[in-house]
Write a protein that binds this ligand. Structure first.
Ligand code: NDP
Length: 289
């Protein structure tokens, strides 16, 4: 080895199953390349029962951290030394950061949404009224961040009552927001004082890309910002309906890019090259259509 040479790459990645179609590697490695970093992002298939061994492997390989996706976001908590307060409220971690020998859990999904909302949507959620469709992992991450950022009212509209009620309890027990559950029966009418509307269901996701949430779209107005979590294809029928009524819209690709950029910064300590990462993600998703 030549004097001063360092051939060792720093390792991060994603553990999940299924994971083959997760595009994060393209976005993160474009970011590393742009900053001249010798880092690798590995897409690793880890079955449900093997997470404990995989986390030991992460420690043994001195990896800098990892993303977690299905089915590990909740199960990973027991392998961590510390968990960030927002991720603790959500009960879910999508990013692990190694700090020396400690593994710290974070959740960047909701933070990615919040960044898209404030930066691209120019909307500060403080004092705002929110309607969110869905009560799964994405809805939980988004509503916890909106509540911590000062949203005054959050209405959770969900098909399955138990799931919606659980989310509302989590919000009311841990934050200052006023959260309400509304069962989703027929076309939902959005209250006219709503500021932020979010589709956090999987309706519109590939392959059923013509599907849209059952809403009375006449109740969407131009005072609202309407957001979708569906990353692919991003220009969903839900967003198209909102655009027709003059609402400002935000798509799910922005959320993916920003959650990745936040993870990049947590791991490397550097500002993420957001535009480079965004373009890499867009190019690869276009190629997969
Ligand atoms: P979950 O399975 O945890 O939750 C799915 C939610 O969608 C539930 O509330 C479910 O309702 C609802 N839902 C699904 N189908 C229907 C339907 N036909 N009618 C009414 N409600 C329905 O999934 P996630 O929360 O993890 O993910 C949701 C979406 O968010 C996915 O498409 C995912 O790709 C996307 N996502 C995007 C991210 C981004 O960065 N852009 C990050 C994370 C996720 P019920 O409780 O009644 O079953």
């Amino acid at each position: 080895m030549g004097e001063g040479m360092d051939y060792k790459a720093e390792l991060v990645g994603v553990f999940g199953y299924p994971v083959a179609e997760n595009p994060s590697v393209v976005m993160q490695e474009a970011g590393f390349k742009a900053l001249g970093l010798n880092w690798r992002y590995l897409t690793v298939e880890v079955y449900e029962d093997d997470l404990g061994d995989a986390m030991k492997g992460l420690r043994a390989f001195n990896m800098k951290g990892v993303n977690l996706t299905m089915p590990h976001k909740v199960a990973v908590l027991k392998y961590l030394d510390d968990v960030a307060p927002d991720a603790m409220i959500m009960g879910a971690v999508n990013t692990v950061v190694r700090k020396e020998k400690q593994l710290v859990g974070e959740n960047t999904d909701g933070k990615g949404f919040l960044t898209a909302l404030t930066k691209d949507g120019k909307m500060d959620p403080s004092g705002r009224k929110v309607v969110i469709f869905g009560a799964g992992g994405a809805a939980r991450a988004i509503t916890v961040e909106l509540a911590l950022a000062g949203a005054s009212r959050i209405t959770v509209v969900n098909r399955t009552a138990a799931r919606g009620e659980t989310l509302v309890s989590i919000l009311n027990d841990n934050t200052k927001t006023d959260a309400f559950f509304v069962p989703w029966e027929g076309a939902y009418e959005i209250p006219s004082d709503t500021d932020i509307v979010v589709n956090a269901t999987s309706i519109g996701f590939f392959p059923d890309i013509s599907a849209k949430p059952e809403i009375d779209y006449e109740t969407v107005t131009d005072r609202m910002i309407v957001c979708d979590v569906i990353p692919n294809p991003p220009h969903t029928p839900f967003l198209k309906e909102a655009e027709k009524r003059g609402a400002k819209t935000l798509d799910g690709q922005g959320m993916v890019v920003y959650q990745g950029a936040i993870g990049f910064t947590l791991w490397t300590g550097l500002d993420a090259p957001v535009e480079v990462m965004k373009k890499a993600l867009e190019d690869t998703l276009k190629g997969s259509e």
